[in-house]
Write a protein that binds this ligand. Structure first.
Ligand SMILES: C[S@@+](CC[C@H](N)C(=O)[O-])C[C@H]1O[C@@H](n2cnc3c(N)ncnc32)[C@H](O)[C@@H]1O
Length: 274
């Protein structure tokens, strides 16, 4: 997934994303005999197979639907979910603040539906996933193999990360689970000095607990932020912010492992004004 744009026609066996004129989006695997029932009407897969990306087809109700190969964002938003996913606005920021790069050894716990795993894989990381629930691990595996193919180099282990980390020499540890403070000590041992710990948490009492735990650790330069994204409505002379926006998803806390213990670099301000 994620190769260069191609003008090769869409074929049976491929995933496509369908957009209707009301802003709805559907992720569909093309089959020779497939029919997709959408809010906009029935779409025959044979009307799509053989078309190029960006084509427009008509539904049984005569409504128009545009067809593309799915972007990573399309997949993350439309793939089947077990657990709540991290949303794209936060995923993009996580890649930057955790400084994910090709070949890095990254532990991700919990894997949930696999949204973050997919972004880490796209960035070229070697991803080790821990997950508590077998059904979630299986769902994530299905989503990841559907997006990246059966040969994708990704593994998930059913393991409670609060109990410990049986990996070492890690470059990054990313946590999307309720009590990350239980992982701080394990992360000190599993990460290389200079490594980054990042935690995604929905509520501030959890963040405070984590930050207190980081203060007692070898991690320094701790910072916490959230990402606010506001869309704009731009149509003719009506140009204004959207009436609705996602007000809150999660707080992102990042810290860096020092090679020595010192209380001198506990926190770090993300303010661009210094
Ligand atoms: C919100 S979901 C993660 C979603 C994921 N980041 C994504 O983007 O799709 C949280 C996951 O953490 C798992 N979890 C909770 N506690 C855990 C633990 N101690 N060790 C491993 N996984 C855990 C849960 O089972 C759940 O699947």
């Amino acid at each position: 997934m994620g190769g260069a744009i191609t003008d090769i026609p869409l074929a049976a066996g491929e995933d496509v994303v369908l957009y209707d004129t009301k802003g709805r989006r559907y992720l569909v695997k093309l089959r020779e005999d497939g029919r997709y029932h959408s809010h906009a009407g029935i779409i025959e897969h044979t009307d799509i197979i053989g078309m190029v990306e960006g084509s427009v087809v008509k539904t049984s109700k005569g409504l128009e639907v545009a067809v593309f190969r799915p972007t990573l964002l399309d997949r993350v938003m439309e793939m089947p979910r077990g657990a709540q996913i991290i949303y794209p606005k936060d995923l993009g920021s996580i890649v930057m603040h955790a400084d994910i790069a090709p070949g890095m050894k990254v532990l991700e716990a919990g894997v949930g539906s696999g949204a973050l795993s997919m972004v880490l894989l796209r960035a070229g990381a070697i991803v080790y996933g821990y997950e508590l629930r077998e059904d979630f691990a299986q769902r994530a595996e299905e989503n990841i193999r559907r997006a990246f193919g059966e040969s994708v180099d990704w593994r998930v282990t059913l393991h409670d990360v609060y109990e410990g980390i049986d990996l070492s020499g890690l470059d990054r540890i990313l946590l999307d689970l309720p009590e990350p403070w239980h992982v701080v000590g394990h992360a000190e041992r599993a990460l290389l000095p200079g490594g980054i710990l990042l935690s995604y948490l929905p509520s501030m009492d959890q963040v405070i607990h984590l930050r207190q735990s980081l203060e007692r650790s070898r991690f320094g330069f701790a910072s916490t932020y959230e990402v606010l994204q506001r869309g704009w409505h731009i149509e003719d002379r009506s140009v204004r912010p959207d009436h609705r926006m996602v007000a809150h998803t999660g707080f992102i806390t990042v810290a860096r492992l020092l090679a020595v213990s010192t209380g001198k670099f506990r926190s770090w301000s993300m303010s661009p004004v210094r």
